[in-house]
Structures are given as structure tokens and as C-alpha cells.
Ligand binder design. Structure first.
Ligand SMILES: [Zn+2]
Length: 273
């Protein structure tokens, strides 16, 4: 499934593998002028190619190396001659997607990207009439950037924002780093968030502050129970409820327990520096 919706000058691509009317974990990519931010999962390559008909793509920027953000780099590079920009730490994964070590659910839901040759993303990327600043934004992955258009107040957050509240964390995500990055981003002029998970989120600054409050509150409650001797599993059940479908499908790659463990073990962002 590939759906394209226009939001002012930004084309919003919603993409995901569909089974009947069900779309499995869809992701969003964005096009401004002749440039794209992220390229979606490879499993929708044919539909994506058809959706691009009549467009010119000069450049694509990956927010990070994950397979649902880099899946069609190869198509854009080989068939459209696009330059691929990505954070420097992501480049080896683009060249050799086997380094991603995809789990079975990832291969089924999104597929393995074709290889592509990326270049380090410049500090400022021109997209149509817009200049976007690349901002290092670790937490979801160490090699993650957000793109900010200060004049319009646009913030392209990749997988860093993903909604005001959440319960599940990926095994390799760092709760404290996400929180400290969100605080840095909340200082920016942000009217609209363009999120890989949620799509277009208006009232961007409020949404960022609301997520920061949620995360600070949850961290406080987790650490309080931890200091009183509760086990990570007991804290998880009490504050976030039992594990759900997501934990089962991903084999624990995403889980509520990951959230609690990340809070307990990485209370300082420097812990993983
Ligand atoms: Zn990701």
C-alpha cells in the first residue's frame, strides 16, 4: 500500500505491506520539491515506483539506517539517479544491508533494503525552495538525524517522536537519550512535526513538550518503585500493564519491559556515550 497526500508543499507518503484491508506497521516518508526524506520499506517497491510517476527525485535523505526508512534507496539511486544522504554512521548499513541483521518479523513486515551508496548528509539540505538543517538526534538509534525547516516551523523527526505517549521500546533504544534529544528539539521553532509513525502532527511544539512531560513522569514513577525494591517485571505490570501483541510478534524486540529496563539502567544520557 502506498498512499500519497499533500500537506501544503509536502507530499506525505504512507507505505506498508497490506494483507487484505490490514496494513502492517505503515511508515511515512515525505517529499518536498525534488527531494525525499526517507524512502519507505522495500516491500512496497513496485507501488512506490508507480506512485513516483511524473516526479523528479534529485536527492533522498535517510533519517537513520533502519530498513523501513532506507528500503527504496536503491530504486531512487539506480532508476532515478538520486543522491542518497544519510548520517555517517548509517552509511555502512546502506552499502551492506545484511549488517542490519533483520529479525524474521522485520523481513516479513518491511523487507531487506537493496544496497545503495550514501554520502554523509550535509549540515543544510536544499529541498525545493526550502533549506533544512540536519540535527543529530540520538536515542532511537545513535545514527539518527532530524531535519528542521526554521522558516516554516517544520520538524521531520524520523523515529524519534512517534507520538505523545508510548509503552513499548525497542531493545536498542535509549530512553534517556530520547528524552534529552526531545528537550533540545523542543527549543526549536516547531509548528508541525512530520513523524515516520504518526504522519503529520500539528501543534508540534506542544506535542514535543507533552511527550517530555509523559517521559519524565514515567521515569520518576519507575525509579521510585525501583528504589523501593520492585523488580523490573513487577514495575512493568504495575505501570504499563501486561505485554501485548507487539511483544509477541517482534519476539521481544519491542516490549514494555525494555522501556522499564532502559529507564533503570540508563538514568544518565552519558551512560552510553
Ligand atoms: Zn527506526
Amino acid at each position: 500500500m502506498v498512499h500519497v497526500k499533500q500537506y501544503g508543499p509536502v507530499a506525505v507518503y504512507r507505505m506498508g505491506r497490506s494483507i487484505g484491508r490490514l496494513v502492517l506497521y505503515p511508515v511515512h516518508a515525505f517529499m518536498i520539491g525534488d527531494a525525499m526524506i526517507d524512502t519507505g520499506p522495500r516491500c512496497v517497491r513496485d507501488e512506490f515506483r508507480a506512485a513516483l510517476n511524473g516526479t523528479t527525485i534529485r536527492v533522498a535523505v535517510n533519517t537513520h539506517h533502519h530498513e523501513d526508512h532506507t528500503g527504496n534507496n536503491g530504486l531512487l539511486q539506480r532508476e532515478r539517479g538520486a543522491r542518497i544522504y544519510a548520517p555517517p554512521g548509517a552509511l555502512p548499513y546502506l552499502a551492506n544491508p545484511r549488517l542490519l541483521r533483520l529479525r524474521p518479523y522485520q523481513r516479513v513486515v518491511w523487507g531487506r533494503p537493496d544496497p545503495s551508496n550514501g554520502e554523509p548528509v550535509p549540515a543544510v539540505v536544499t529541498m525545493g525552495r526550502h533549506a533544512l538543517n540536519a540535527i543529530h538526534a540520538p536515542g532511537h538509534s545513535h545514527h539518527h538525524i532530524c531535519l528542521h525547516e526554521p522558516r516554516e516551523g517544520w520538524l521531520f523527526t524520523g523515529d524519534l517522536f512517534c507520538g505523545r505517549i508510548f509503552k513499548y521500546l525497542r531493545l536498542d533504544e535509549n530512553y534517556s537519550l530520547i528524552l534529552s534529544t526531545l528537550k533540545i528539539l523542543s527549543e526549536l521553532e516547531c509548528k508541525t512535526i512530520f513523524c515516520s509513525l504518526k504522519g503529520v502532527v500539528e501543534g508540534g511544539g506542544d506535542a514535543l513538550r507533552s511527550k517530555i512531560r509523559f517521559m519524565e513522569d514515567l521515569r520518576g514513577r519507575v525509579l521510585d518503585l525501583h528504589e523501593r525494591g520492585a523488580s523490573p517485571r513487577a514495575i512493568t505490570r504495575r505501570l504499563l500493564g501486561g505485554e501485548g501483541f507487539m511483544t509477541t510478534v517482534t519476539g521481544g524486540h519491542y516490549s514494555k519491559l525494555n522501556t522499564v529496563l532502559s529507564i533503570i539502567h540508563n538514568t544518565e544520557p552519558e551512560a552510553l556515550a
